[in-house]
Ligand binder design. Structure first.
Ligand code: NAD
Length: 454
């Protein structure tokens, strides 16, 4: 979703779409304005929050740029293992910010209220726990865990230290997902029986082959610190900059992308997780030394009576796409990009007939008997609109709403939308796919107690 924050509505900028409802091509379209379109409220100086970033790569920088646009938030320090990213942090947020390779120096500062953690997955638990023990509130990128044992430790630390921790699956704060949740709860598609979600990519960057800077070396990169608890191997710039390709640091397609689809499904359907999971797939194309599949399919049973089917394909030779379809007894609801659409086809009022293989006389008799029972009735009333669509205005940024939810919670000491329990349930469910893929077997999960059952 777009990262640009646009405070003014399209009406004011003279653009194409303004908030409101209109009919387009037989579809009723509702255009919705986001929080960032509202004028910023002035913030008292003693309400300002000072933040730091730990892990200043692509996502950490993007989160922090967005955080800096939330009124009353100031970026004060950045920690990272690659010097080039520390240099860029000063270019982005000013020469006076503190930069360091060692995040402990930042956590020791009393004036830092909260941290954003954008490290690779294998550092999530350690960095989050160190930050909370140092008294900081935490915005922790997804997936919350790398190993199942990380989950209870993060939850326990948040409870013990009374720190606020928001997990960074930003769709949970998206107004589009909120609308989808309300529509489902209002019965718009009847009883949910299936969710189908996918993420198909057709690019090298999409398959995690991120650029390695020309100055990458053990002088510019803190390799031992990057490795942390991962197996000690000699310097490898691809492992450093393309870490998603190895299980030692990342969590495969499941931890990277299924987790977003789980967070979205759990939020919209108001559920805690599946009881059974089965995954399959393979390494079909990107045979570049990675140890995780580039095609992954997962099937999940929910105790609420629906199935979830997930797919990530990094070798899709067609157009890239991503979406979630919620199928119910009365319609379907599709989330795609910054919109949610409803499609409802009313069930036929009569059962219909299938008689053309019978002898002609029998066809006639059957038709006469059918029409006696179901006489042709003239259509009454308006033809109902089959499709309805809710769209966010261009420039909508769900990460802004997610960070705003976090900073509001930090100020008011109130719960966030995506706490560590929600985060563990989403990431724990996602990682079932890796377990099932490795074991070639169905795995069971207790979504209430958040435990793998075998
Ligand atoms: N919410 C989203 O939509 C979204 C999108 C992309 C990435 N992410 C998540 O964000 C995280 C980072 O992904 P990325 O693409 O930005 O990776 P990246 O490789 O671009 O950045 C990670 C950075 O962490 C640094 N780092 C590693 N160990 C560290 C340590 N001990 N202390 C400080 N810094 C350390 C690295 O030097 C690197 O610069 C991942 O967990 C990923 O899943 C979330």
């Amino acid at each position: 979703m777009a990262e640009k924050v646009n405070r003014r509505s399209f009406l004011k900028t003279g653009g194409i779409m303004t908030a409101g409802t209109f009919i387009s091509g037989g579809v009723q379209v509702h255009a919705m304005a986001g929080q960032q379109e509202e004028p910023a409220k002035p913030m008292a100086a003693n309400d300002h929050l000072q933040i730091a970033l730990i892990g200043a790569g692509g996502r950490g920088q993007s989160d922090t740029k967005t955080a800096a646009q939330v009124p009353g938030v100031k970026v004060r320090a950045v920690a990272d293992c690659y010097d080039g990213r520390l240099t860029h942090a000063k270019e982005l947020w000013g020469a006076d910010i503190q930069t360091t390779r060692d995040y402990a120096e930042i956590l020791a500062r009393k004036d830092i209220d909260a941290v954003i953690i954008g490290t690779p997955d294998h550092w999530h638990m350690r960095a989050a726990i160190d930050a909370m023990n140092a008294g900081k509130d935490v915005y922790l990128e997804k997936p919350m865990i790398h190993l199942y044992s990380d989950g209870p430790k993060i939850i326990e630390t948040a409870q013990r230290t009374r720190r606020i921790l928001q997990v960074g699956s930003q769709r949970v704060s998206s107004m589009i997902y909120r609308k989808a949740k309300d529509l489902l709860a209002s019965g718009a598609i009847g009883k949910l029986n299936m969710v189908t979600a996918w993420w198909d990519r057709n690019s090298s960057i999409g398959a995690w082959n991120y650029s390695v800077p020309l100055d990458a070396s053990t002088t510019t990169c803190d390799w031992p610190r990057f490795l942390g608890t991962a197996p000690k191997i000699s310097w490898n710039p691809e492992h450093f900059f393309q870490w998603r390709k190895w299980k030692a640091y990342g969590s495969g397609e499941a931890g990277d992308l299924f987790v977003h689809l789980f967070s979205g499904t759990h939020f919209v359907a108001g559920v805690n997780g599946p009881t059974h999971a089965m995954a399959t797939g393979g390494l079909r194309f990107w045979n570049d030394g990675r140890d995780v599949p580039d095609v992954l399919l997962g099937l999940f049973d929910y105790p609420e009576g629906f199935n979830l089917s997930l797919r990530v394909n990094f070798v899709d030779g067609g157009a890239e796409s991503e979406g979630l379809v919620f199928t119910g007894s009365e319609g379907t609801m599709t989330i795609s990009g910054d919109s949610v659409s409803l499609s409802r086809v009313p069930r036929e009022k009569e059962p219909g007939y299938l008689i053309n293989s019978f002898a002609r006389n029998m066809q006639k008799e059957c038709l006469a008997a059918y029409r006696k029972k179901y006489p042709i009735a003239p259509p009454t009333g308006d033809i109902p609109l089959g499709e309805e669509k809710y769209v966010a205005l261009e420039g909508y940024n769900d990460t802004y709403d997610h960070l705003k939810n976090f900073f509001d919670a930090v100020r008011a000491r109130r719960p966030v939308v995506e706490d560590p329990v929600f985060g563990f349930r989403a990431a724990g469910a996602a990682l079932l796919s890796n377990l099932s893929y490795d074991r070639k077997a169905v795995v069971r999960w207790d979504p209430e107690k958040m435990k793998v059952l075998g």
